[in-house]
Design a protein around this ligand. Structure first.
Ligand code: BGC
Length: 758
């Protein structure tokens, strides 16, 4: 947990500052002064602070402002975007990135970094998937919390975004994400909950969209009941840029700060509402005090004149990128490349890398490595030939000549390495991708290259997953290089030559076809609504429940060595599960394994995916080395959201625990008994006979109620009859002629049983 230092001794508390302000000054505090700074309160000696994107580098604009990455920003290290960071499955590494971001923020006098984004990748088409961690809430929550810890450990605030259910860009400013409560709690909010409760971010950014019909910015249930009431959030809620339509309603719901500046007239409307009864003045005081507190804690932690070392940060960016690369396929050991081999590097991306997405996270990098230069540095320029193969503007003019050049280079080399990827314009905010395809021009060049030299390696640059069908089984090796940040070129060369043994893992499923994906029939919705019809079954939860084939499963990623699992030991106690497993490196080079632990509960009384990730750990092993790895699963992570009682409940039973190298490469499994929470659902006349008999206290008393001479008593003695009657509501049974159930006795029993509830 990281908390900012308290205000300097003797400094006024936020409430004291607010008490000295006029209504107009308080209202002004609840909106920015401009695009990136808060409004100061000079009379109270309160300065402004600066908030800046985020999430994988600083986009500090020196002049002007925009939230779409259009205008220039000061140079900053472009770390790998979340899609790549997540593939490391390594919170310690992500925390180091956070710390580096914090250092850069301190050096640039930035007080809050707008990130991480922990939204779930509901559909692979979402235009901003590159900025999000995973289709799984545990991965997003654990890594999001790590980033927050890193940033805030350096005395800079983080802003967890986009809260909540912002899972598409289409119509993002208005669309209502219509989600049932279980998936909302168990999938879409769970990552936020982990970040808020474990890392205590200074701020949370509410999203543009509506959640079940209510704008996030005006959603009291979301911003107050859940975020503050249930999770204990004590920081500030800031709006996404332009997410507030009605600040008075938003403040009432729990928003504190509207960004960017809404102008003097909007401030005046808020002040008038606080004076004429349209807004409870106490609500305005609370929001203003939260702004004051943020400003105070940010200034108390600020280090004017701080500097950072761009070389060290570039090296960290390369380390993370190397850990993020996922080796999807490697038949016949074509990788790692032999240093003596001649290599034809093909594809413009090798020379002009695609290393980040567009939009508000667009970083102006301090420098930029290309894979082509890095490969030449590693193997010697004479080993590496280059042919661009295609142009990034898809200019059809010289297609023939470019293809011929690529084919000639491939034919003359021992191995061809072809860099393919999505065009920059395909991935940004504000719109989604229409399909998963790579540009046809690129796959056509690849076809020609493979025909000339079957020893072809494909290296991909993409933020969202792409359709691999055109070459999945036709090339011996596929390297998923995501968007790897400014040092990605070097990292790719490291992996291709085995300087780094790949250990990245998929945090999202690569499907066979778009039509197979869970949200296919409900994306991106219509007429302002998108229905999350797949419910809990997001990502691998869907494919596993339907026993559907996938191209590459969640958690997949190869290594240049091999790992063996043994000795699964399970232990359950009041805090959860301890899962121990021994992993051995059985190959001939050092490597890193990502041990994944999944649980399931066969025969559960509620809908459940067959397996859900509940823990993971990385382990570095020398050849021949083995180690015991312990993965802890908190009891809270075994809970489901019980809609009957509106609470998290651990269902008792024999849980399956699986340890493996991917969701479809389970190496060991066992069963462990877990005690369930007692759930006492309040009884009413609408409760069924079955529910009455299932309640331990009520069941005892029910005997007396149902043992009269009436038909009901006789019927429930008969097992076959009981089955038919089980779902019969008590009140309606009582009304049946001759049932023998006394209405007032029933009412008294219900009252007694409910009163005895803990
Ligand atoms: C994005 C946010 C970003 C903000 C400020 C919005 O368009 O959704 O992620 O932090 O702009 O640039």
């Amino acid at each position: 947990m990281t908390a900012a230092p308290p205000p300097a001794p003797g400094a006024p508390t936020p409430d004291e500052v607010v008490a000295g302000l006029s209504t107009a000054e308080k209202a002004a505090l609840t909106s920015g002064a401009d695009f990136w700074t808060t409004t100061p309160a000079p009379r109270a000696g309160l300065p402004a602070i600066m908030l800046t994107d985020g999430p994988h580098g600083l986009r500090k604009q020196a002049e002007g402002g925009d939230h779409l990455g259009i205008l220039d920003s000061v140079p900053a290290t472009c770390f790998p975007p979340a899609v790549a960071m997540a593939a490391t499955f390594d919170p310690e590494l992500v925390e180091r990135v956070g710390a580096a971001l914090g250092e850069e923020a301190q050096a640039e006098d930035v007080h809050v970094v707008l990130g991480p984004g922990v939204n779930i990748k509901r559909s692979p088409l979402c235009g901003r998937n590159f900025e999000y961690f995973s289709e799984d809430p545990l991965v997003g929550g654990v890594l999001g919390a790590a980033l927050v810890r890193g940033v805030q450990g350096r005395g800079v605030g983080a802003s967890v975004k986009h809260f909540a259910a912002n899972n598409q860009e289409h119509d993002r400013m208005r669309v209502s994400a219509d989600v049932d409560e279980r998936p909302l709690r168990e999938i879409y909010l769970r990552g936020f909950q982990r970040v808020v409760t474990e890392a205590r971010p200074w701020t949370v950014m509410c999203s543009y969209n509506r959640v079940n019909g209510v704008y996030a910015a005006e959603n009291r249930w979301l911003l107050t009941d859940v975020l503050r009431g249930e999770w204990g959030f004590d920081g500030l809620v800031v709006s996404d840029w332009g997410a507030v339509g009605d600040r008075v309603a938003a403040l009432g719901a729990g928003l504190d700060l509207q960004m960017p500046s809404a102008g003097d007239a909007a401030d005046a409307r808020v002040a008038a509402a606080a004076e004429d009864g349209g807004l409870d003045p106490a609500v305005l005081d609370t929001a203003a005090a939260r702004v004051v507190r943020l400003v105070q804690r940010a200034h108390a932690a600020a280090r004017p004149g701080a500097a950072y070392d761009p070389d060290r940060h570039h090296a960290l960016a390369r380390e993370v990128a190397g850990r993020a690369v996922v080796l999807l396929r490697n038949e016949g050991g074509v990788l790692p490349l032999d240093r003596g081999a001649s290599v034809a590097v093909i594809g413009e991306f090798a020379r002009t890398p695609r290393y980040q997405g567009a939009g508000s996270s667009l970083i102006n990098p301090t420098r930029l490595d290309t894979a082509l230069d890095a490969l030449r540095d590693l193997a010697g320029a004479d080993r590496i030939a280059f042919a661009p193969g295609f142009t990034l503007d898809e200019d059809p003019g010289d297609t023939g000549a470019l293809t011929a050049e690529a084919v000639a280079a491939a034919r003359a080399a021992d191995v061809a390495v072809v860099f393919l990827g999505l065009p920059a314009a395909a991935e940004s905010e504000g719109f989604d991708r229409p399909d998963l395809r790579l540009p046809e021009r690129q796959t056509a060049v690849l076809d020609a290259v493979v025909a000339a030299n079957p020893r072809t390696v494909v290296v991909l640059s993409n933020g969202g997953v792409v359709d691999l069908a055109p070459f999945a089984d036709r090339v011996p090796a596929i390297v998923e290089g995501w968007l790897l940040g400014q040092a990605g070129g070097g990292a790719l060369a490291d992996v291709l030559y085995g300087e780094v043994n790949p250990s990245g893992r998929l945090t999202e499923t690569i499907p066979l076809r778009l039509e197979d994906t869970p949200a296919f029939l409900d994306f991106p919705g219509e007429h302002g609504h998108v229905r999350y019809g797949e419910g809990l079954f997001v990502g691998y939860r869907w494919y596993d429940a339907r026993a559907a084939e996938v191209r590459y499963p969640f958690g997949h990623g190869l290594s240049y060595t091999a790992f063996a699992y043994s000795g699964l030991a399970l232990h359950a106690d009041g805090d959860g599960l301890a899962v121990r497993v021994t992993v051995a490196n059985t190959g001939d080079r050092a490597g890193r394994e990502v041990v994944q632990v999944y649980t399931g509960l066969p025969g559960s009384r509620v809908a459940r995916p067959p397996r859900e990730l509940k823990g993971f750990a990385t382990v570095d092993l020398e050849p021949g080395e083995e180690r015991e790895v312990t993965v802890r699963v908190d009891r809270a992570d075994l809970a489901y959201w019980d809609t009957r009682v509106g609470a998290w409940v651990v269902e008792g039973g024999a849980y399956t625990v699986e340890a493996g190298a991917s969701s479809r490469d389970i190496r060991l499994s066992g069963t462990v008994a877990v005690d369930g929470d007692e759930v006492r659902v309040p009884l009413s006349a609408d409760s069924s006979i079955g529910e009455l008999l299932a309640d331990p206290v009520a069941a005892e008393e029910a005997g007396a109620l149902l043992s009269g001479d009436g038909a009901a008593g006789a019927l429930i003695q008969d097992e076959g009859m009981l089955r038919m009657l089980e779902s019969f509501p008590l009140g309606r049974l009582a009304d049946f002629p001759g049932s023998g159930i006394d209405r007032s006795a029933l009412a008294a029993l219900i009252d007694r049983v409910n009163a005895e509830r803990p």
